[in-house]
Design a protein around this ligand. Structure first.
Ligand code: FMN
Length: 205
């Protein structure tokens, strides 16, 4: 698939077809992740694929404590604290699937990265390991899209219990937990963005 086509096709998907993902496609996507640029060329990334169903269940439900919010009234109550309509639209779609997408996906990937503790970071520069992890993640997501595979980058609020459960070494954090597979329905097109509204030359004005 041509590069710009993969960029256009990549969408967040939270419901998956009951169809296994070829191992070779998984490996190609992760290898694409490892080709991403990183601060000081450290590439301090490690991947964990959670394939054992029982272990995955314990990781997602008991450790990550991911929950589906399915009651529309509860969702609306939760959304009252926000005022951006776009954000509310996304949350209405995503909140009912936060647990089930991870339990039902053919694959569940954790992207871990090495960093110093957040409390020791005093500048934006020191967050470069996190920025680099997301370079890696975007490469993975684009490579998956090129394979006809889609997923969702779930960001844990607190991954402490999950890290202990999976023996993630000290000094590593979880950037994202990514359920992926073939989509249940073909993902729709993303909305076209207005580049001119965001592009500034020689200053913001
Ligand atoms: C940093 C980051 C964190 C995200 N966290 C979550 C999440 O915790 N749960 C979820 O369902 N989607 C999450 N998403 C997916 C976004 O909701 C999604 O990318 C957005 O709605 C745009 O949709 P698109 O990816 O189809 O263009 C996250 C995306 C990013 C980039």
């Amino acid at each position: 698939m041509e590069f710009y086509e993969a960029v256009r096709k990549r969408r967040t998907v939270r419901e998956f077809a009951d169809r296994p993902v070829p191992e070779a496609a998984v490996r190609r996507a992760l290898a694409a992740g490892l080709a991403a640029p990183s601060n000081a060329h450290l590439k301090s990334w490690q991947f964990i694929l959670l394939r054992d169903p029982e272990k995955r269940d314990q990781a997602v439900v008991d450790r990550l404590k991911a929950r589906d919010m399915t009651d529309p009234a509860a969702i609306e109550r939760f959304l009252q604290r926000f005022d951006q309509e776009e954000l509310k639209k996304v949350y209405r779609r995503s909140l009912p699937r936060q647990q089930s997408m991870m339990l039902e996906a053919p694959e569940l990937l954790l992207v871990c990265y090495r960093t110093k503790p957040l409390a020791d970071c005093r500048t934006w520069f020191e967050l470069n390991p996190l920025a680099s992890a997301w370079m890696c993640i975007e490469n993975v997501m684009l490579a998956l899209a090129a394979e006809g595979l889609f997923g969702c980058t779930y960001t844990p609020y607190d991954a402490g219990a999950l890290k202990r459960f999976l023996d993630v070494p000290d000094g590593y954090e979880v950037a994202a937990v990514i359920p992926f597979g073939y989509p249940k329905e073909p993902p729709g097109e993303g909305q076209a963005e207005d580049l001119d509204a965001r592009l500034h030359v020689d200053g913001w004005g």
